[in-house]
Design a protein around this ligand. Sequence first.
Ligand code: PNS
Length: 166
Amino acid sequence: MSSTRIAVYAGSFDPIHNGHLDIVERCRKVFDETIVAVLSNRDKEPSFSARERVAMIAGELTGYEDCRVESFTGLLVDYMSSVGARTIVRGLRAVSDFEYEFQMALMNRRLNPSVETVFMMPREDYIYLSSRLVKEVFVLGGNLTGLVPDKVLEWLSSIKDERFSD
Ligand code: PNS
Protein backbone atom coordinates (compact mmCIF):
# COMPACT_ATOMS: atom_id res chain seq x y z
CA MET A 1 0.00 0.00 0.00
CA SER A 2 1.27 3.49 -0.85
CA SER A 3 2.70 5.53 2.04
CA THR A 4 1.66 8.76 0.34
CA ARG A 5 -0.84 10.54 2.56
CA ILE A 6 -3.69 11.64 0.33
CA ALA A 7 -6.52 13.89 1.49
CA VAL A 8 -9.76 13.86 -0.41
CA TYR A 9 -11.48 17.13 0.40
CA ALA A 10 -14.97 16.38 -0.85
CA GLY A 11 -17.92 18.68 -1.31
CA SER A 12 -20.28 20.48 -3.64
CA PHE A 13 -18.19 23.68 -3.85
CA ASP A 14 -21.05 25.56 -5.53
CA PRO A 15 -19.09 27.83 -5.65
CA ILE A 16 -15.78 27.51 -3.82
CA HIS A 17 -15.17 30.30 -1.26
CA ASN A 18 -12.33 31.41 0.98
CA GLY A 19 -13.41 29.10 3.81
CA HIS A 20 -12.89 26.13 1.47
CA LEU A 21 -9.51 27.47 0.36
CA ASP A 22 -8.50 27.87 4.00
CA ILE A 23 -9.19 24.15 4.49
CA VAL A 24 -7.11 23.32 1.39
CA GLU A 25 -4.18 25.21 2.93
CA ARG A 26 -4.58 23.23 6.15
CA CYS A 27 -4.65 19.95 4.20
CA ARG A 28 -1.39 20.89 2.52
CA LYS A 29 0.33 21.11 5.90
CA VAL A 30 -0.74 17.60 6.88
CA PHE A 31 -1.01 15.56 3.68
CA ASP A 32 1.35 14.82 0.81
CA GLU A 33 -1.41 15.24 -1.75
CA THR A 34 -4.76 16.97 -1.63
CA ILE A 35 -7.52 16.13 -4.06
CA VAL A 36 -10.49 18.47 -4.11
CA ALA A 37 -13.34 16.18 -5.10
CA VAL A 38 -16.39 17.91 -6.55
CA LEU A 39 -19.71 16.08 -6.40
CA SER A 40 -21.31 16.13 -9.81
CA ASN A 41 -24.68 14.51 -8.99
CA ARG A 42 -27.49 16.27 -10.80
CA ASP A 43 -30.07 15.82 -8.05
CA LYS A 44 -28.37 18.55 -5.98
CA GLU A 45 -29.27 21.09 -8.72
CA PRO A 46 -26.12 23.18 -8.42
CA SER A 47 -25.86 26.72 -9.77
CA PHE A 48 -22.59 25.80 -11.48
CA SER A 49 -22.04 22.63 -13.50
CA ALA A 50 -19.38 20.21 -12.28
CA ARG A 51 -17.20 21.28 -15.19
CA GLU A 52 -17.50 24.95 -14.17
CA ARG A 53 -16.79 24.20 -10.51
CA VAL A 54 -13.74 22.13 -11.44
CA ALA A 55 -12.50 24.96 -13.69
CA MET A 56 -12.90 27.62 -11.02
CA ILE A 57 -11.20 25.46 -8.37
CA ALA A 58 -8.36 24.56 -10.76
CA GLY A 59 -7.75 28.28 -11.18
CA GLU A 60 -7.36 28.69 -7.43
CA LEU A 61 -4.95 25.73 -7.19
CA THR A 62 -2.61 27.00 -9.91
CA GLY A 63 1.00 26.40 -8.88
CA TYR A 64 0.11 23.91 -6.14
CA GLU A 65 1.95 20.77 -7.23
CA ASP A 66 0.48 18.79 -4.35
CA CYS A 67 -3.16 19.62 -5.17
CA ARG A 68 -5.58 18.70 -7.90
CA VAL A 69 -9.29 18.89 -8.50
CA GLU A 70 -11.57 16.24 -9.97
CA SER A 71 -15.29 15.65 -10.14
CA PHE A 72 -16.89 12.42 -9.06
CA THR A 73 -20.25 10.71 -9.32
CA GLY A 74 -21.67 7.94 -7.18
CA LEU A 75 -20.40 7.04 -3.74
CA LEU A 76 -17.54 9.01 -2.27
CA VAL A 77 -15.99 5.83 -0.84
CA ASP A 78 -15.88 4.33 -4.33
CA TYR A 79 -14.17 7.43 -5.65
CA MET A 80 -11.70 7.18 -2.74
CA SER A 81 -10.83 3.62 -3.77
CA SER A 82 -10.34 4.67 -7.38
CA VAL A 83 -7.68 7.21 -6.37
CA GLY A 84 -6.10 5.06 -3.64
CA ALA A 85 -7.07 7.41 -0.79
CA ARG A 86 -8.34 6.60 2.69
CA THR A 87 -8.83 10.02 4.29
CA ILE A 88 -11.84 12.20 3.69
CA VAL A 89 -11.42 15.80 4.84
CA ARG A 90 -14.42 17.90 5.74
CA GLY A 91 -14.56 21.41 7.10
CA LEU A 92 -16.45 21.81 10.37
CA ARG A 93 -17.68 25.33 11.05
CA ALA A 94 -20.11 25.16 13.92
CA VAL A 95 -22.06 22.77 16.10
CA SER A 96 -24.87 22.97 13.54
CA ASP A 97 -22.66 21.14 11.03
CA PHE A 98 -22.00 18.32 13.42
CA GLU A 99 -25.03 16.07 13.06
CA TYR A 100 -24.91 15.95 9.26
CA GLU A 101 -21.15 15.42 9.27
CA PHE A 102 -21.36 12.74 11.97
CA GLN A 103 -23.95 10.79 9.96
CA MET A 104 -21.91 11.01 6.77
CA ALA A 105 -18.68 10.01 8.49
CA LEU A 106 -20.27 6.97 10.10
CA MET A 107 -22.05 5.92 6.91
CA ASN A 108 -18.84 6.24 4.92
CA ARG A 109 -17.01 4.20 7.56
CA ARG A 110 -19.68 1.52 7.35
CA LEU A 111 -19.46 1.47 3.56
CA ASN A 112 -15.68 1.18 3.73
CA PRO A 113 -14.12 0.59 7.17
CA SER A 114 -10.66 1.56 5.93
CA VAL A 115 -11.83 5.12 5.20
CA GLU A 116 -11.44 7.71 7.94
CA THR A 117 -12.98 11.18 8.03
CA VAL A 118 -10.90 14.04 9.40
CA PHE A 119 -12.48 17.35 10.34
CA MET A 120 -10.70 20.64 10.06
CA MET A 121 -11.84 23.99 11.40
CA PRO A 122 -11.46 26.99 9.09
CA ARG A 123 -10.13 30.33 10.24
CA GLU A 124 -12.65 32.02 12.55
CA ASP A 125 -13.38 34.72 9.94
CA TYR A 126 -14.99 32.08 7.76
CA ILE A 127 -17.05 30.04 10.19
CA TYR A 128 -20.30 31.65 9.08
CA LEU A 129 -19.48 31.35 5.40
CA SER A 130 -21.32 28.96 3.08
CA SER A 131 -21.77 28.69 -0.68
CA ARG A 132 -25.50 29.24 -0.20
CA LEU A 133 -24.94 32.55 1.60
CA VAL A 134 -22.32 33.62 -0.94
CA LYS A 135 -24.92 33.23 -3.71
CA GLU A 136 -27.66 34.93 -1.71
CA VAL A 137 -25.51 37.93 -0.81
CA PHE A 138 -24.23 38.15 -4.37
CA VAL A 139 -27.72 38.17 -5.90
CA LEU A 140 -28.84 40.84 -3.44
CA GLY A 141 -25.85 43.04 -4.23
CA GLY A 142 -23.97 42.63 -0.94
CA ASN A 143 -20.23 43.02 -0.55
CA LEU A 144 -18.31 39.74 -0.73
CA THR A 145 -14.82 41.22 -0.58
CA GLY A 146 -12.47 38.92 1.30
CA LEU A 147 -14.95 36.05 1.27
CA VAL A 148 -14.56 34.65 -2.24
CA PRO A 149 -11.70 34.79 -4.74
CA ASP A 150 -11.97 37.55 -7.37
CA LYS A 151 -12.27 34.97 -10.13
CA VAL A 152 -15.25 33.37 -8.41
CA LEU A 153 -16.92 36.78 -8.28
CA GLU A 154 -16.37 36.97 -12.04
CA TRP A 155 -17.96 33.52 -12.47
CA LEU A 156 -20.93 34.64 -10.38
CA SER A 157 -21.34 37.78 -12.49
CA SER A 158 -21.14 35.77 -15.70
CA ILE A 159 -24.09 33.55 -14.79
CA LYS A 160 -26.15 36.08 -12.83
CA ASP A 161 -28.70 37.03 -15.49
CA GLU A 162 -29.03 33.50 -16.85
CA ARG A 163 -29.30 31.50 -13.63
CA PHE A 164 -30.13 33.79 -10.74
CA SER A 165 -33.04 35.76 -12.18
CA ASP A 166 -36.62 34.93 -11.11
O1 PNS B 1 -20.53 20.29 0.30
P1 PNS B 1 -21.54 19.23 0.64
O2 PNS B 1 -22.75 19.34 -0.28
O3 PNS B 1 -21.92 19.22 2.09
O4 PNS B 1 -20.81 17.82 0.31
C1 PNS B 1 -21.50 16.62 0.50
C2 PNS B 1 -20.76 15.43 -0.14
C3 PNS B 1 -20.45 15.73 -1.60
C4 PNS B 1 -19.46 15.21 0.60
C5 PNS B 1 -21.69 14.19 0.01
O5 PNS B 1 -22.96 14.53 -0.46
C6 PNS B 1 -21.18 12.99 -0.75
O6 PNS B 1 -20.16 12.45 -0.43
N1 PNS B 1 -21.94 12.59 -1.79
C7 PNS B 1 -21.57 11.47 -2.63
C8 PNS B 1 -22.58 10.31 -2.47
C9 PNS B 1 -22.25 9.49 -1.24
O7 PNS B 1 -21.19 8.95 -1.11
N2 PNS B 1 -23.25 9.43 -0.35
C10 PNS B 1 -23.10 8.73 0.91
C11 PNS B 1 -22.29 9.60 1.88
S1 PNS B 1 -22.75 9.26 3.48
